[in-house]
Design a protein around this ligand. Structure first.
Ligand SMILES: *[C@@H]1O[C@H](CO)[C@@H](O)[C@H](O)[C@H]1NC(C)=O
Ligand SMILES: *[C@@H]1O[C@H](CO)[C@@H](O)[C@H](O)[C@H]1NC(C)=O
Ligand SMILES: *[C@@H]1O[C@H](CO)[C@@H](O)[C@H](O)[C@H]1NC(C)=O
Ligand SMILES: *[C@@H]1O[C@H](CO)[C@@H](O)[C@H](O)[C@H]1NC(C)=O
Ligand SMILES: *[C@@H]1O[C@H](CO)[C@@H](O)[C@H](O)[C@H]1NC(C)=O
Length: 467
């Protein structure tokens, strides 16, 4: 009897120990962390942020990120666009599904036209991560990506992502190792925002938001499949791809320009933006991106240790994704429409493993005995309230007194009007507006997916077009 009891005790203790490691979500199926200013909710699937509540100008809590109310939709909807997840192990595109590393050529899945997008069909954003630590204000997810799981990539990868909140700042830290082989490793956090939570009766589109990238005058030229060509271009102040010259430029400052409809490729079908802006000469700890909306009054400020941001304005959304109507939308508005959100993804140069001329190989290849790290934070505040970045250090410039050190002296706010000479530009892109055929068969991978059609390959390592 005694020994039986003892055995039970030993067993029960072991079981309790196991349970302690087993973090359980709340009744809503999500893990919730909070601070004075923020409430953030997560699920292990994709290490995904499902909700982020911030205060608007009326002191109401507003859920500023996209997602599903019905959690079963995350894995079930093959069209889900990497909502607020961690894509990996190599985010964004790999040109032609191929790269060469240490004299060996590797083939990855061509799941986006002829390119690889977010590492193919066993990407990290569609896997169940383990929850390995939880507190009131932080949560850590972990993934073991064994060799062979990310199709075509060499070696094992381990990664941890820690999300934490403090005051009005949401911080994201990622660490990863590749203990067995050198492998491409390029991560990001892929959150989609609509700072009005789709409640602005005037519009659900994202173009009324303001986007300011003070250190990002230069961007990567991309082909029709959204694959970088190798060229680095400079956006002249007031031109379609300019977000650097003035703090008050509406995101849609060129929305009436005929070129806007095809500005992100797909032969004229990708409206707006799906590209990469370099962050250059930013002081340490600077705010490198500000997204704001007058309707809610909310301002979101990004700091990151990454050298650029992908800006994707949701052209491939088109009404299939239902809104989280528990927290977003208004009567009669139930779907996520084309161009109604923006993903801002701090990361290294897309397809940098195929562009040695950019000098990103050291940053994008991780091997045994190396630690990959990535860190970003979003601080939320109100427009006109300069205390938003409080406690987060200096170096940030205030919205309106931006001063580019570079040769672009243009400073005055550019208004909605596109420059005159472009006004009459004949529309040269393909007239058709609907998603091109490639998209139909594979519903998935819609995110940022540019139906291919890409420009002639051969990204000649052309010299950068320096200002
Ligand atoms: C990621 O993997 C899922 C599951 O296989 C797939 O449906 C999805 O298309 C992939 N994502 C991308 C961007 O290819
Ligand atoms: C989660 O942890 C288990 C047990 O350690 C491990 O077998 C599994 O591979 C982990 N899952 C992921 C996605 O890393
Ligand atoms: C992830 O976290 C676990 C547990 O804290 C730790 O043992 C492991 O070394 C971490 N891995 C990486 C890649 O940071
Ligand atoms: C919210 O969306 C669900 C699922 O699409 C739908 O069944 C429900 O009627 C919607 N609720 C409201 C208030 O619109
Ligand atoms: C994709 O690859 C196939 C096979 O190599 C080729 O025929 C086709 O032209 C390529 N498409 C594009 C858009 O590059």
């Amino acid at each position: 009897m005694v020994s039986y009891k003892l055995q039970f005790l030993v067993w029960a203790t072991a079981f309790a120990g196991a349970l302690a490691e087993d973090f359980e979500p709340g009744e809503d199926g999500k893990f919730t962390i909070s601070s004075d200013g923020l409430v953030a909710k997560f699920i292990p699937y994709g290490a995904t942020l499902t909700n982020l509540f911030v205060k608007d100008k009326n002191d109401e809590d507003v859920d500023v990120v996209l997602g599903y109310d019905d959690l079963s939709r995350y894995p079930d909807d093959p069209g889900h666009p990497v909502y607020n997840a961690i894509p990996g192990r190599y985010a964004n595109r790999i040109g032609h599904g191929e790269f060469t590393l240490d004299d060996e050529t590797y083939e990855t899945e061509q799941n986006d036209g002829n390119n690889t997008l977010h590492s193919g069909t066993n990407n990290w954003s569609f896997r169940d991560w383990n929850v390995t630590a939880v507190s009131d204000d932080s949560i850590t997810f972990s993934i073991y990506d064994a060799e062979g799981e990310s199709k075509g990539f060499p070696g094992d990868v381990y990664a941890n992502v820690t999300y934490s909140v403090a005051g009005s700042t949401w911080k994201i830290s990622i660490e990863a190792t590749a203990p067995t082989k050198r492998t491409p490793l390029l991560l990001t956090q892929h959150t989609y925002f609509n700072l009005d939570a789709y409640k602005n009766p005037e519009t659900d589109l994202i173009w009324d938001h303001v986007l300011y990238l003070p250190y990002s005058a230069r961007y990567l030229e991309a082909d029709q499949g959204a694959l970088p060509t190798g060229k680095i271009l400079t956006a002249e102040p007031g031109s379609i791809n300019d977000f650097a010259s003035a703090a008050s430029l509406p995101f849609g400052h060129h929305k009436d320009d005929p070129a806007f409809k095809g500005n992100c490729g797909a032969d004229g079908a990708c409206e707006g933006y799906n590209g990469y802006w370099l962050i250059e000469d930013a002081p340490e700890d600077a705010v490198v991106a500000t997204l704001a909306s007058a309707f809610s009054g909310i301002k979101a400020e990004l700091k990151t240790d990454q050298p650029g941001v992908v800006i994707y304005s949701c052209s491939w959304m088109g009404g299939d994704q239902e809104l989280k109507n528990s927290t977003q939308g208004i009567e009669g508005r139930t779907k996520v429409e084309k161009s109604s959100c923006v993903a801002i993804e701090a990361q290294d140069y897309p397809d940098g493993i195929n562009h040695p001329e950019w000098d990103r190989l050291d940053a994008q290849i991780t091997g045994p005995d190396e630690l990959y790290t990535w860190e970003s934070s979003w601080t939320f505040g109100l427009l006109g309230d300069d205390s938003a970045g409080e406690g987060e250090g200096e170096g940030e410039k205030d919205a309106c007194e931006e001063e580019e050190e570079e040769e672009e002296e243009e400073e005055e706010p550019v208004k909605e009007e596109p420059p005159a000479e472009e006004e009459e530009a004949p529309e040269e892109e393909a007239p058709e507006e609907e998603a091109p055929e490639e998209e139909a068969p594979e519903e998935e991978a819609r995110e940022e997916e540019a139906p291919e059609e890409e420009a002639p390959e051969e990204e000649a390592p052309e010299e950068e077009e320096e200002p």
